[in-house]
Ligand binder design. Structure first.
Ligand code: BGC
Length: 366
């Protein structure tokens, strides 16, 4: 066992508590890992769903708090009410595919539908509900891999994926995604952590000040499927090009806000000439604690979802209720429903190619 990486056997006992009735996974294979750096930042990850269960960071006074929503036992993740996907990797296709259908080279595919008539976050048993293989790499990284079989949830091709979580001494949580396939298939992987920079369970996130480095969004229909248009944010509640409180415009009369019950949309990131390269996608500042988070990504889009479907019926790790909008997600991604939208960047991975993308969440306080 390396000094700074505690393979969390004690944590494992914690996470397994109260999971007697589960059938989908082999419990002996489910573990909890802890990444820790010299500044005291700590990230816990389980190989069930490649899920980040906890992120402990400092505020401006040096007070540590867990800023990621989640459960304290694995049954919470397995039996989640309203399926919030706390902390997990979602895929094979993160976000929605209209009616669960798409075609590649004239061949039609039908996916499991799990969000009314649509497919969301990989289907009924997406990557958030499977047990990944785990490999501890050096002192600060964990590599999780999974082989999604040809036909799983309706997708074509055996897809071998790996996500490596690295916690750096600069308080960056780095996510490296790689995947290969033996048949053409759509792939869109992202992480679904809900953040509350005040601390998980500390009320809503409406006072957090958000900046999204994007001049346009992809508007949706009432089922949250993109219409295919790309529209400017200027003059709308979707303009986060300069930082503003998440709650400032959320109550304004706007059809897109009505469809999402708030923000639940994909922003088209300003990449300039840096297509496919790391750029700053978003920043979030929480004024009462001073916590600050930056998101960098190689992806062309980001889903900003502000926990509109959290209904106040879940209790989190410390027993506190997760209120409506008690957490927000910044899901770096390709745009939703890309397999059916010809003018969106392609999400099709071909045999012989490598899907390779990186996202970084950097934590500080000021
Ligand atoms: C989606 C929401 C969905 C949520 C599930 C988000 O990525 O955009 O519409 O309800 O995931 O927790």
């Amino acid at each position: 066992m390396k000094k700074n990486l505690l393979v969390g056997m004690l944590g494992l006992v914690g996470i397994l508590a109260g999971c007697a009735s589960v059938k989908t996974a082999d419990f002996d294979d489910i573990k909890l890992y802890t990444l820790k750096n010299k500044t005291g930042t700590m990230v816990k990850i389980t190989n069930y769903g490649a899920t980040v269960t906890s992120i402990v960071t400092t505020d401006r006074e040096g007070q540590m708090a867990d800023i990621a929503l989640g459960y304290n036992d694995v049954s919470g993740y397995m039996n989640a009410v309203d399926k919030p996907y706390f902390g997990s990797i979602v895929g094979r296709y993160g976000n929605r595919i209209a009616l669960g259908r798409f075609s590649i080279d004239g061949e039609e595919y039908e996916l499991a539908t799990n969000n009314n008539a649509n497919h969301l976050h990989g289907g009924v048993i997406g990557f958030d509900k499977v047990v990944w293989d785990a490999e501890v790499i050096g002192a600060h990284a964990l590599r999780l891999s999974y082989l999604a079989k040809d036909g799983e949830e309706g997708y074509p091709g055996n897809l071998q994926i790996a996500v490596t979580y690295t916690l750096t001494e600069d308080n960056e949580l780095k996510l490296d995604y790689v995947a290969t396939t033996d048949k053409k298939t759509p792939v869109n992987l992202t992480n679904h952590t809900y953040f509350n920079l005040k601390g998980e369970g500390e009320g809503d996130i409406l006072g957090h000040e958000l900046l999204i480095n994007a001049k346009a969004t992809t508007p949706v229909d009432s089922g949250l499927i993109p219409t295919g248009k790309i529209i400017p944010v200027a003059g709308t509640p979707f303009d986060f090009t300069t930082a503003k409180a998440i709650g400032r415009d959320i109550g304004k009369k706007d059809q897109q806000l009505e469809f999402g019950l708030g923000y639940d949309h994909n922003w088209v990131l300003d990449k300039g000439d840096k297509d496919g390269k790391m750029t700053l996608a978003a920043t979030v500042y929480e004024p009462t604690t001073g916590r600050f988070m930056e998101v960098f990504t190689q992806e062309p889009g980001i889903q900003f979802y502000c926990g509109n479907f959290l209904a106040g019926n879940l209790k989190g790790k410390a027993g506190r209720t997760y209120v409506n909008r008690g957490g927000f997600c910044l899901e770096t991604q390709h745009y939703p429903d890309s397999p059916n939208q010809k003018n969106f960047p392609s999400t099709i991975l071909n045999p012989g190619e490598e899907y390779k993308t990186m996202t970084i969440y950097r934590f500080s306080a000021k």
